[in-house]
Design a protein around this ligand. Structure first.
Ligand code: URP
Ligand code: ZN
Ligand code: ZN
Ligand code: ZN
Length: 509
């Protein structure tokens, strides 16, 4: 038999193993794993010699905002499905899950899903799925949750903050109950929105409106409180599985850890901004407008919180490291960060700065750089939190996030040999991130100038090389990326446990 692609002499890394073996690919699937070097002369249409480099399952990034309209009342995404997924593959990510946003004024979830499909279809470079972003938990939306799994959507996100999206506890409970019945995972943005607007109003009254005050309006306690409340509401609804997204703070991390220790199905994600940016470096300091580049929610925290997030990533409190790529241009006074600047407010007003930062392309290189440090991420952990766990939690495994012959799509990221190897190109030493080298459609990166140890050399999506850093760069096609239908989550058997527990019954409370 002839292969379509063989990757030889690489060191393969999965969530469980680091071992040298060759990979034979037929069509879109991984066909064979074989002893290292044994496929070097096998008949194949294309051979990649990965000697000295690591080969991993392609990155799976399940928190990406693309082509969203003015959802938060502040601005529209800078990236389209085309530019965002182009950026993803250049950073080693082969599958993203983006949001299908339902506006508050829109009663239907299915209509929101249809609209997202229209935007993404034939435009993506990576494979993609959708979460529903629930802005209106009315009767119609609640009844449509049952229809999501048949359409390949097994997760939704709700908000405890943002004036345009915030759900009250009653609505949160209704969503949790409906999601539980239909094996849909509920993602929760846990910040107390009322505390935030109260603090914002007080800061504004004192004229404290520059970008840096964004952090003062969202102190850790408001995340801690909302996280605790989300966990309590989920416990009340017969232990409905929930996922706390973009966790930034030590207090929230402790709440999550405690719930997990009790055996409650509570999952959590953190993001690069909480591992690599700090409030001290990026928000505090003189009240200039630059800080707007680091305005996201929750905001980057202090060094102590950052250390707690690293600990949570290492010890398994966080199942995933997703980007929360939520791109807005900096130098754009219509839909970007500068839209908050007026004649009366030359430094803008933080309450009107679109929240979010880009990061889908830098996520894997930043995380890979952390594997160099003994006290940080083991390589297997890197794959677990950037690919495998996301695939399991979002019902994509083992099609995605694994290297299982016959089962897994041939989605791979091939890195250059590490420092010290004679095979490593000299050009890589001193590699630093600059916005110019990225493939998103955003005019800045919050990681400008940061050193990284490595970069994806090849990205392979369903057997096809789509990113070739030493060649022409992006070599995949727009529209090659496909919608992936997702099954119910399989991480930790969560739905089996729910089935055993039986239906939610208020009489049992
Ligand atoms: O600041 C952020 N994270 N904006 C994106 C929207 C969200 O809440 O994830
Ligand atoms: Zn209500
Ligand atoms: Zn959020
Ligand atoms: Zn987000």
């Amino acid at each position: 038999a002839e292969y379509d692609l063989v990757i030889t002499n690489g060191v393969c890394v999965t969530a469980s193993d680091v071992a040298a073996f060759d990979i034979g690919i037929c069509g879109e699937k991984i066909a064979l794993l074989a002893p290292s070097g044994s496929l070097a002369t096998a008949p194949t249409k294309r051979l990649i010699d990965a000697e000295g480099g690591y080969v991993m399952p392609g990155g799976v990034d399940c928190h990406v905002h693309l082509q969203e309209p003015n959802m938060f009342g502040k601005g529209c995404s800078a990236d389209t499905f085309e530019t965002g997924t182009r950026s993803a593959i250049a950073g080693g990510t082969t599958t993203i899950v983006a949001f299908a946003p339902q506006q508050r004024t829109e009663p239907s979830l299915l209509a929101a899903l249809d609209a997202a499909h229209v935007l993404a279809r034939d435009n993506c470079y990576s494979d993609y799925g959708f979460h529903l972003l629930v802005g209106n938990a009315g009767e119609q939306a609640l009844s449509e949750i049952a229809r999501l799994p048949e359409r390949g959507v097994t997760s939704l996100k709700i908000f405890m903050t943002y004036e345009a999206l915030q759900l009250c506890d009653r609505d949160i409970l209704s969503v949790l109950a409906e999601a539980r019945t239909n094996q849909v995972l509920t993602m929760i943005h846990a910040e107390n929105g009322d505390v935030l607007t109260w603090l914002t109003d007080r800061l504004e009254k004192r004229g404290l409106v520059a970008p840096r005050y964004h952090a003062h309006s969202r102190p850790p306690l408001l995340e801690d409180e909302a996280t605790n409340r989300a966990i309590a509401l989920a416990a009340l609804v017969a232990q409905t599985p929930i996922l706390l997204v973009h966790v930034s703070d030590a207090g929230a991390t402790t709440r999550i850890r405690e719930a997990q220790t009790r055996g409650q199905p509570v999952f959590a994600e953190t993001c690069p901004q909480y591992l690599f940016l700090t409030r001290e470096e990026h928000l505090d300091g003189p009240p200039g407008f630059e800080a707007a580049k680091h305005v996201c929610s929750p905001p980057p925290r202090d060094k102590a919180a950052q250390a707690a997030i690293w600990t949570g990533l290492r010890n398994g409190t966080f199942a995933m490291l997703n980007s929360d790529h939520c791109p807005f241009n900096f130098d754009d006074d219509v839909s970007g960060k500068k839209a908050c600047i007026t004649e009366d407010f030359p430094l803008g007003r933080f309450r009107h700065i679109p929240n979010g930062i880009p990061g889908v392309e830098t996520r894997l290189p930043l995380a890979f750089a952390a594997t160099d440090r003994l006290d940080r991420l083991p390589l297997t952990k890197l794959v677990e939190v950037t690919s495998t766990n996301a695939a399991k939690l979002y019902g994509l495994y083992p099609k995605k996030g694994a290297l299982m012959p016959g089962l897994s799509d041939a989605d791979l990221v091939v890195w250059y040999p590490n420092e010290g190897s004679t095979k490593r190109p000299a050009a890589l030493s001193g590699l630093r991130i600059t916005n110019g080298m990225l493939h998103h459609d955003v005019d800045y990166t919050p990681y400008e100038g940061r050193g990284v140890a490595n970069w994806p050399r090849y990205t392979v999506l369903r057997g096809k090389v789509v990113w070739d850093r030493d060649g022409e760069g992006i070599v995949g096609g727009k529209g090659y990326g496909r919608f992936v239908e997702r099954e119910a989550s399989t991480l930790n058997d969560i739905w089996q446990r729910v089935e055993e527990a039986g239906q939610f019954d208020e009489e049992k409370l």
